[in-house]
Design a protein around this ligand. Sequence first.
Ligand code: F6P
Length: 486
Amino acid sequence: MQESNNLDKLAKLLKNKKLIVALQRPSYSYNKVYNGKIKYEKSAGGVHLLFDALLKKTGGTMIARSSGNADKLIIDKENSLKIPPKKGDYKLKLIFLKKKEVENFYYGFANQTLWPLCHNVFVKPIFHQSWWDTYLQVNQKFAQSILEEIKEKNDFKNTVIWVNDYHLALLPKFLKEKNKELKVGVFWHIPWPTYEIFRICPWRKELLEGLLSSDFIAFHRSYHVANFIQCATRDLGVITDSEPTLIIFKDLKTKIGNLPAGIDYEEIKSQMRKKVSKKIIKKDFGFDYKKLILSVDRIDYTKGIIERLNIIDFFFQKYPQYIEEVTFLMIGAPSRTHIPAYKKLSHEINDLVEKINWRYSTSNWQPIHFINQTIDRKKIISYYQLADICFVTPLDDGMNLVAKEYVIACNPKNGMLILSQFAGAAKDLTEAILINPYEVEKSADALTYTLNMPSSEKLKRNKIMKSKIKENDIFKWAYEFLKNLV
Ligand code: F6P
């Protein structure tokens, strides 16, 4: 019911409008497999899932860079294809980058400069002129690809462009330079740093000016909005006006706000199995368990995986009664693997898992099962249904959608979320058990507290969280964002 209300409002808003969503990675990629066949893969990562779910309902165009080695064999003359493959709810248009461009743009400026600059996790950003130059060029390519979609003069007024994330900060500027009538909004899904951190970036003014060419900029949380305003004020001397918050810079006015992203509640419900049994875990991973603690992330230093392992180590040391009683299933999708900091992290995780498993294993049990793979979404949802705890420990995170997905899919009498207070989602999910993942001892105590929480208490907390997530779903989020552009 709720979904249809929010979706109806969104459909009405977008009537006679053309929606173009720009993001770095497409929702689907096509790859050659060993027998000469081509297989498609859905991208892991919260933001891609969000826009796939959204465009399936609203229709429109997604513009992203190609990331599959068989994409070229699937596309039409306009570099486009219909998604999902047989149904074709929306159009996916791909941009093909050269290897050097991917290296400098994606592995370089986006993920070794901006990513560590924006996440407060003490990994130093790296600044290279050539990375920045390519970042500009790739943003220009995105602009050109979007402008090709606007064929009639009248389309400029009727097109709404939703730009996503730190990969495309210059895109609003390049679009507006072509036509001021275009409506452009940016959603910055990762944190925005304080000025004391941001000021070290040599291209900070250009980044701010690029973003401030848009009509609307949104972040998940108000503290990121406050940081952004502080940076724009100190670096560009912009004027701000509140109600709604406006930034006035040169002859431009940009609205700015915080809109915490929701998820597709009904989609998760529809993917849940009617009956789940522990046998699924035995079949998929080969182990039995008494209590299951799950985590699902990309292997990324912002996710607090080392801190989580330190907590697990301390937990078994302080509470040896849980040996053989509690098993951790850690699913970690490989991510950005060509970057040295990610390679190093991967080694550290493997070493620590091995150390903890050696320390506490018995003849027929091991504490941690680390699955270093991308796992099919439907399967993940069945693990959510089974898990007694979902253990989400980011050190800094714009939102974290795994936390919200788990709350919807878990058994409300049995499951409970333990969530880092540094995830944007912690502001919405205040009934979860909130921890500081740097506090090893207290976090281990939080694990025992949660393992012993009565069912009635879990039910009460889950009910409140579920209803908040249901009400503030992805369609409401998209409506609140797009209404600033229509
Ligand atoms: O939230 C940041 C983000 O870049 C998202 O846009 C994306 O869903 C996720 O991280 C995965 O990143 P990548 O595309 O680099 O694998």
